[in-house]
Write a protein that binds this ligand. Structure first.
Ligand SMILES: C[S@@+](CC[C@H](N)C(=O)[O-])C[C@H]1O[C@@H](n2cnc3c(N)ncnc32)[C@H](O)[C@@H]1O
Length: 283
């Protein structure tokens, strides 16, 4: 079967899904080890029948709602290709905003500071930890997760990006392994924040395939953030920048938590869709 025929079959099979053409191209490009652009200029090429079968198998899994990233074992985040599977959340494009703000902090007011120590809470696939650790002046990242399965995936990514000398992975319920009075320059967190309200909007595919420990943050959604803020205060953990992501209906609650716990300056930022989704606490 020709490349162009296969792409049309994939599109037809995926029917009313969000991006049938794109998903078909991404899957076929991955199977053939080529780029999407290559496929479009080689529409008449014949595809080996074993690869045709594999393509159809993958397309059927996507049709059933399985994330493409789990099928192909890869997801791009901040321009880097991460290994992912169903042991960890699929990194989301909106989370790149956290990495951008971290780099602005490093390159802006702190451009003369030589090195930065970073704490990443709820590291998942290690996507934020790796993206941040690639900066020359980030000398150390402590990346924590309560889920040992997620940490196995993070380890694969730390190794594939050769960042073992900078990133230390550790199993920890929130900040349990962090010592009293420990000092970090930057703390980042993308903790689970789906609560009862947000739960009505979680896609069936996320709920079925992604680890629930990576999605749900108690009734209000902010239970884990609340506990983490308290731990920061009680353990007198110091930071110059604390940044994290939260859910779309949680702005008011998040503001309350920030003012209760921090005398620092803090602000809430909108995501690319114009929704308040990121908190930033700074000195
Ligand atoms: C929303 S995912 C974020 C993963 C990744 N940092 C990202 O941005 O894509 C939340 C992560 O927090 C972890 N997590 C959940 N509860 C936790 C807890 N009590 N302490 C530490 N990590 C936790 C989950 O296992 C999951 O990997």
């Amino acid at each position: 079967m020709q490349v162009k025929e296969l792409l049309n079959n994939g599109k037809a099979l995926l029917g009313d899904r969000e991006n049938p053409a794109l998903d078909s191209e991404v899957v076929l490009a991955n199977i053939l080890g080529e780029t999407k652009e290559y496929l479009l200029s080689h529409g008449d090429d014949e595809v080996d029948s074993a690869l045709v079968d594999l393509f159809i198998k993958y397309i059927n899994r996507i049709k059933d709602g399985e994330p493409v990233a789990y099928i192909l074992n890869e997801k791009e985040f901040y321009g880097l290709n991460f290994f992912v599977d169903n042991r960890t959340l699929v990194p989301r494009p909106e989370t790149e905003q956290i990495v951008e703000r971290v780099f602005e902090f490093i390159e802006g007011d702190n451009k003369d500071k030589e090195s930065f120590r970073v704490l990443d809470v709820g590291t998942g696939s290690g996507n934020i930890a790796v993206a941040v650790a690639k900066h020359d002046r980030v000398s150390e990242v402590l990346a924590l997760d309560v889920d040992e399965n997620a940490l196995e995936v993070a380890k694969i990514n730390v190794e594939q990006f050769s960042l073992g000398h900078k990133i230390q992975l550790a199993e920890s319920d929130l900040l349990d392994v962090v010592e009293e009075g420990e000092e970090f320059d930057i703390i980042v967190a993308n903790l689970p924040y789906i609560g009862t309200i947000e739960n009505n909007y979680v896609s069936a595919s996320s709920e079925k395939y992604e680890p629930h420990v990576a999605l749900f943050g108690g009734k209000s959604g902010l239970e884990l953030y609340k506990k983490m803020f308290q731990q920061i205060v009680e353990k007198r953990i110091s930071f110059d920048l604390l940044i994290g992501e939260f859910g779309f209906a949680q702005e008011r609650m998040m503001k309350e938590e920030l003012s209760t716990n921090f005398a620092h300056k803090w602000k809430i930022e909108k995501d690319l869709a114009g929704i308040e989704r990121v908190f930033i606490v700074s000195r």
